[in-house]
Design a protein around this ligand. Sequence first.
Ligand code: R5P
Length: 296
Amino acid sequence: MKLVLDPGYNKLATTLARDFETVKTSFKRFSDGELYFRVEDSVEDENVATLLSGYPNQDSAIVKATLLSSTLKDHGAKQVVTIFPYFPYARQDKRFLEGEPISAKYVAKTLYESGTDFLLTIDVHDAHAFNSFGNRFINLKTYSVWAEHLRTHVDQDFFLVSPDEGRATFVENLAKEINCEFISLSKQRNLQTGEVEGIEVKNRKKLERLEETCEAAVLSDDIISTGGTASEAMRKVKEIFKGHLIAAFTHGIFLPGAIANLLRVGAHTILTTDTIDTSFSDVSVAPLIANRLKKM
Ligand code: R5P
């Protein structure tokens, strides 16, 4: 497997480039802003994976991915794996209101039609939208990298917190892998405005018990965008739990104000993976991607 690296990536691309041969490419923008690239090495009869940054500039990331897939196939690549560690448009994964697109599904369909054989992503918001693509859609879960990081870097006894129902299964599975306790919250969002309207601890008795036995709480979510979900969830947890607060996210979008929101509610530590380059990207998904590519 050879790799094409998106110049939009730093940390993750550098780490993966140690394990794979890379295809020489050059990227630039025409003066009107349109994308230009050239694949400078032969890809004839090669399996090629393209590593693409899905944020920021989601729209152009999708154009870049489709042009790359088509170009690689036109130049004889055997199989093309498009890797979007953060999958753009993944949150619009169903028609919440009549007239809306199922953006996640349509983006995937466009990529397959452009020559992508396999689409690989990490902790996608909800994999249901991609069910129709069967095993051509690979959603790697970050259990092992989070478990390893939290076990080795958190000295205190800790429990996990799921901020909403959508994350509850992930958090439960991660808690099993780490062998720690967890609690779940329930969240209501206004579908018109997107605002978080209410968040509640489902089992307050359990949280009261954890307040006595644990020194730290690790809130785990797939995405931080405005920080509304995470800060509201932590505010709720803090009503009972007075210990150390760690906020851990797979994909760190961090819109303006998000970090301030977390700090205001008392987050002591912020962590993300490197699916999006952030200054908190201390947890690398490179081993997950490398292991999967080596099996293809
Ligand atoms: C939504 O349900 C996701 O799992 C995240 O909780 C959400 O995308 C985070 O967004 P924000 O930081 O804007 O609340």
